[in-house]
Design a protein around this ligand. Sequence first.
Ligand SMILES: Nc1ncnc2c1ncn2[C@@H]1O[C@H](COP(=O)(O)OP(=O)(O)OP(=O)(O)O)[C@@H](O)[C@H]1O
Ligand SMILES: [Mg+2]
Length: 512
Amino acid sequence: MNSARQPALLDLRGIAKSFPGVHALSDVDFTLHKGEVHALLGENGAGKSTLIKVLTGIHRRDAGTMHLEGQPIDLHDPADAQRLGIGTVYQEVNLLPNLTVAENIYLGRQPTRLGFVDRRRMARDARALLAGYGLDIDVNAALGDFSVAVQQLVAIARAADLSARILILDEPTASLDAQEVATMFAMVRQLKAQGLGIVFVTHFLDQVYEIANRITVLRNGRLVGSHATADLPRLDLVRLMLGKELAEIESADHAHGPGRGGLCASFRDFGKRRYLAPFDLDIHEGEVIGIAGLLGSGRTETAKLIFGIERADRGEVLVDGASARLAAPRDAIALGFGFCPEDRKTEGIVGELSVRENIILALQARRGWIKPIPAAEQKRIAEEFVRRLDIRTTDIEKPIELLSGGNQQKALLARWLATNPRILILDEPTRGIDVGAHAEIIRLIRELCGRGMSLLVISSELDEITVYSDRVVVLADRRHVGELRAAEISPRSIMAAIAGTDAPVAQQERPA
Ligand SMILES: Nc1ncnc2c1ncn2[C@@H]1O[C@H](COP(=O)(O)OP(=O)(O)OP(=O)(O)O)[C@@H](O)[C@H]1O
Ligand SMILES: [Mg+2]
């Protein structure tokens, strides 16, 4: 079968892996060459992370063979993978934030001198290693003091240093802005030039076309195919991932909601010193307000003030015309506000609880813990959302940590939808969610607004914001700098508002 003159860097044949009730992988082949970036793509739950875990010794395969440069390999644990030169960086940085950058890079392999950790040498080596990637940071500072982006770069540098053959990146760019992604890609290109084979898992198709040489698509745990990126137009890729045309999923009407209703809440001169400049915002029933801006522009800060996570130190809130108190999330929930945060791991998912319990959590909290929601009702609600959001799980009693990343994200969204709030704030609702479910979530957002729920949606995806928003609030430097309405809304007008150019949009089109 594999009769290439020079054996592939990595060759997997007929890999199978099942969990109770799920064939996560069946008969999957995967080949990786030296000096290539190979994108591993597929819908949420397709089996991408499982394949990677088989490759890194976290899961043991049920069937199939694995060869590394022609030699059969068998991995029993992650240490085996590391010894063979297979390193991994996951979406959630799994280094230790309290340790320094240098300590993290040399974790478990600190240089010693006379039996003690040689801190000076460790710092020197760490500095040199990072400098090799053009990263000049204080290696004696705690890792947690740096942005997620820098933490990811450190994680990649560590993995590449430890395991110089294969580097696996599982959704490493999910929370990075465009500039940070560019920095990471520069690092990836450098490693590729050094002859590493790189496996890249992502849901951002633009990034795939920017950096990947080859693409392998999985669907329902099966191999759909492997193609050179240059031979696979984007629409064909989407079709392979979904097993159908995107147009079949996306609803035809891109019209805006059925006109907004009465005024629901007003924020007047609302703000907090050194956090977010005071702003005015009216929210009407059934309206979708997009919140746009670069990372760090004050989008999440806006959400946290509105939800009472951060306490405003000036201004007022009127709900149904009456002055309301908003000093804590409890107050916000009592007013009928909901907030679905971006970071599912730290702010949302309770891993050991079931899918049903996770979905029901906010609703139960709202009704009060002394009045447990009857079992049958819990089941009905959970099953309804599992169906509507197409959450892939064998059953609703499964611990949520056993679901794929994107399906956990959907369950978190369901939790807040289940409370049927008047105003729901969604922070990056489609992050980590595949293109098919993306379309479904956008459709759901519009439908909810048709029923009178108002939505505030924070998103970096300007195309998406343009599709569903009735109004777009634009932020920059922690202040609200503009508001666009219906016909004015386009990715370009949003960009212009972010950039602070009041010049007519047409001027921007002139080539530089
Ligand atoms: N430890 C586990 N126990 C039981 N089922 C699991 C376990 N890990 C994964 N699964 C199931 O295997 C299937 C594949 O999951 P996997 O995490 O590989 O998907 P994925 O392609 O990475 O999706 P995503 O894009 O959402 O991250 C899913 O149905 C998931 O629920
Ligand atoms: Mg995954």
